[in-house]
Design a protein around this ligand. Structure first.
Ligand SMILES: Nc1ncnc2c1ncn2[C@@H]1O[C@H](COP(=O)(O)OP(=O)(O)O)[C@@H](O)[C@H]1O
Ligand SMILES: [Mg+2]
Length: 793
């Protein structure tokens, strides 16, 4: 690494006659701003190297085209740009460098000069015009007012920016500063840069700001700007650097920094840092004293001290070891979930007897909305600990867990340390939510960092790259959640004690709605229990007519919608109270969404109910077969995968081979096309487990025999009609139970999976275990009706 520092005073630098020109794609840089930039490529690096060897000045202009290997053509470049001085350079690899730059002043290109590997041009400085008077003042105050509103609405602009804008006296600088931080198109910003007349410039910026405000106020979040968390921290760093440069412009003194350093010194003494951490903090403090407060490194060191002194080195909460009380709290927050609650109480009991017990790392696994995340908060409440949650969904980079080294521009600690700081204690309940969604890519495997976090043998000295000193995580209680266990990296899964939350039956949902969701939503919407109640029939209708899910997330949402509707009617004094009946639901939450359309379909032969497995729980599937005049065609629709298509072909072949036995005319296929359709077409369906169902639907169609009511099935078939085992039995059975299925046909080989099915569900359903397709048909088909399926269609 190669670091160098720029000496001298930046304010008095004059723009020379000739500048090396570096082009930027889709970005505009303004005078007075400090910002980091990465420079890549042989040509750019040689330009930077040469500048570093000389006066460190570069002309930055925006390019209209994305970069290619060729030298940019003058026509592709804007001809007004900003001269910058390189404050600092760090080579980060072959032909790669991180720069910290300071914008100095505007210039216009007069003529390009040939002869170097990079671009060079003669330039002319563009000074701001003089601007004074009432009109300018009015423009400025209008602009700062608009900008203030933008700052308030926009999540990515630090609040200080509003205040800062008000304190800028120079109208040109004000326009530049606002243009540089708001979220406008690069072309618009370029226009601001090109506007040398200050009054004009204020007007151009006001127009952009107005437009931005309109967008923001329309609720159009500017999320697109921040593509990833890391981008955001980089951006924050960049903004802070600008803030500082402008502060300096305003003449903030060095004394402030002395006070600042003093304060940190005091904090370091008081916070009870580990010995190692204290040594590191002292080192940074003495470095700070030697630095100029406006240097970039000063901010970096200060940020570090801020982090290290705000971590809870010694702070912790005292556990509530009152088991009765803990149990009461757990019951207050959630219905059922017996296994999970019991496990937490057990842990408490053991802790009471043996205080230094290492906690288990629980993993709550199950479909969405079954209370996994909210159970975590409840456990924290029961134990009397703070709660932090970190979603692992989409975390691909090891650095998100463990942070970036401090040498990286805009570095921050990883999310574990961030969470600890947020909790302000060193023993929170720390939820690693959706551990099954953890990603992996070239930036390193986050799961190995997580392994270290979760390992009781290692986590007393967890090392975050940014902190660079060990932090003790051994008092933290980690809880993880997952929808499915299969995608959790095996080494990680080994560490977890899995507790399954499988989803709720209709009865359980009724109780959860009554005791938890409805009271909660009544309160959340500012109602009282006197003002609203739900009849049982209405609750049941919301559950089965408006939601189809293993958990209760949508149920809670619909209840919230009803409460909100009632609250607004009461507020408008249209009504005083409401008793919600089935017929009222339409008014508040629209028409019924899940009809018994499936049941209606079942009124004809040729429709069978199958069971499917999805990562969010089981699903029931209607499989429809029809026949029409044609010539031995088999058509399959409904987004079916290859394996499912093969199952359908196998089913048809089995029927053709066994037509006799099934009472189907031997030549039925000669003049027929068969169409199999599996609705809910948006969902991609695949796997062999629909084989049995497809075959049953076909047999029903061709024999013109109905399939029995409330019956569902799953199983793979062979060409000879043997029924093979399939996966996901438990989830499938639970889904069938929710859908009111009374009889289920399963492969005999799956008998062992029956044990996983909760007792109350098992007793509601009649199970048949089969290993022969002919047995399935015997069980599934009702007795023969007149006519044949083919003749009719
Ligand atoms: N057994 C239960 N008792 C009371 N409320 C529940 C229960 N299960 C889930 N909920 C509520 O349902 C909502 C969704 O739960 P959540 O924890 O987000 O589910 P998950 O994390 O499993 O997807 C939360 O408001 C939660 O409190
Ligand atoms: Mg969750």
């Amino acid at each position: 690494m190669n670091e160098q520092q720029l000496p001298g005073d930046l304010k008095n630098i004059k723009i020379p006659d000739v500048l090396p020109i570096l082009s930027l794609y889709n970005a505009v840089v303004f005078p007075h701003m400090t910002f980091p930039m990465e420079v890549v490529g042989e040509r750019a690096i040689s330009l930077v190297d040469e500048a570093m060897g000389g006066d460190r000045l570069i002309g930055l202009v925006m390019s209209k085209k994305a970069f290619t290997d060729e030298l940019p053509k003058p026509d592709d470049l804007y001809h007004v740009g900003t001269m910058i001085a390189i404050l600092k350079m760090a080579k980060t690899g072959d032909n790669k460098a991180q720069l910290l730059m300071q914008g100095i002043g505007r210039f216009a290109i007069k003529e390009f000069i040939e002869g170097k590997t990079y671009l060079q041009a003669t330039v002319e400085a563009l000074e701001d015009t003089k601007a004074q008077g009432i009109e300018i003042e009015a423009l400025m105050s209008n602009l700062t007012g608009l900008f203030d509103r933008i700052v308030k609405l926009s999540p990515f602009l630090p609040q200080e920016f509003g205040i800062l804008a008000k304190s800028i006296n120079d109208p040109g600088v004000l326009a530049d500063m606002i243009a540089s931080v708001i979220n406008a198109e690069a072309e618009e910003k370029q226009k601001v840069l090109e506007t040398r007349d200050v009054k004009n410039r204020l007007e151009v910026v006001t127009k952009i700001v107005n437009h931005q405000l309109e967008i923001l106020e329309l609720g159009n979040k500017i999320q697109s700007q921040v593509k990833t968390d890391m981008d955001k921290t980089q951006r924050e760093y960049y903004l802070r650097q600008q803030l500082k440069a402008i502060r300096e412009e305003l003449g903030e003194t060095e004394d402030d920094s002395k006070v600042e350093i003093q304060e940190y010194r005091k904090k370091v003494e008081e916070k009870g840092l580990s010995e190692e951490a204290k040594r590191e903090a002292d080192r940074e403090l003495s470095r700070l004293e030697r630095m100029h407060p406006s240097s970039a490194e000063y901010t970096v060191a200060l940020t570090y001290l801020d982090w290290i002194t705000s971590l809870p080195w010694q702070e912790s909460t005292v556990d509530n070891l009152d088991i009765k009380k803990a149990r009461k709290i757990l019951d207050e927050d959630h219905y059922g979930l017996e296994k999970a609650k019991r496990r937490v109480i057990e842990y408490l009991a053991v802790r009471k007897l043996k205080p230094d017990t290492k906690g288990p790392i629980l993993c709550f696994a199950g479909p969405p909305g079954t209370g996994k995340t909210s159970l975590g908060t409840s456990i924290a409440r029961a134990l009397g600990r703070k709660f932090v949650r970190m979603s692992l969904g989409g975390v691909r980079d090891e650095a998100e867990i463990r942070g970036h080294r401090r040498t990286y521009v805009g570095a921050l600690p990883g999310r574990i340390i961030q969470g600890i700081r947020r909790s302000e204690t060193n023993n929170p309940v720390f939820m690693l939510d959706e551990i099954d969604k953890l990603g992996m890519d070239f930036r390193g495997d986050p799961s190995s960092a997580l392994l270290e976090v979760l390992d009781p043998e290692q986590n007393f000295s967890f090392s975050d790259h940014y902190l660079d000193v060990a932090f003790d995580l051994s008092h933290v209680m980690f809880i993880t959640t997952a929808n499915i266990l299969e995608t959790i990296p095996p080494a990680l899964r080994d560490r977890l004690e899995v507790i399954e939350l499988l989803g709720y039956t209709l009865d359980e949902k009724m109780k959860i709605a009554e005791k938890y969701l409805i009271p909660r939503q009544i309160e959340a919407n500012g109602l009282t229990p006197k003002q609203i109640n739900f009849t049982d029939a209405a609750k049941k209708q919301i559950i089965s007519g408006y939601t189809r899910e293993a958990g209760v997330r949508n149920l809670e949402r619909e209840i919230a919608n009803v409460c909100r509707g009632v609250a607004s009617e009461i507020a408008k004094e249209e009504i005083k109270s409401a008793s919600i009946k089935v017929k009222d639901l339409h008014k508040y939450i629209g028409p019924v969404r899940i009809t018994s359309e499936g049941k209606a379909r079942m009124s004809k032969p040729g429709v069978a109910v199958g069971l499917a497995w999805t990562p969010v729980g089981g699903e029931i599937l209607y499989i429809e077969a029809t026949a029409m005049k044609g010539n031995k065609g088999l058509m399959l629709t409904g987004q079916l995968g290859e394996i499912m298509k093969e199952s359908a072909a196998a089913a048809l072949s089995f029927i053709r081979t066994n037509a006799d036995k099934l009472g189907i005319p031997k030549d039925f296929y000669d003049k027929t096309d068969i169409h199999i359709h599996i609705p809910a077409g948006a969902i991609q369906k695949d796997g062999p487990s629909a084989g049995v169902t497809i075959l049953t639907a076909l047999a029903s169609l061709l024999t013109n025999r109905h399939i029995k009511k409330d019956l569902a099935m799953t199983g793979e078939i062979t060409l000879r009609g043997v029924v093979l085992p399939v996966g996901g039995i438990k989830e499938k059975v639970l889904a069938a139970h929710r859908a009111g299925i009374k009889t289920i046909i399963l492969p005999k080989w799956n008998a062992k999976d029956m044990e996983d099915i909760p007792e109350n569900v098992r007793s509601d359903i009649e199970f048949h275990l089969v290993d022969e397709m002919l047995d399935v048909l015997k069980l599934a088909l009702a007795k023969k009706e007149s006519g044949s399926g083919i003749a009719k269609s």
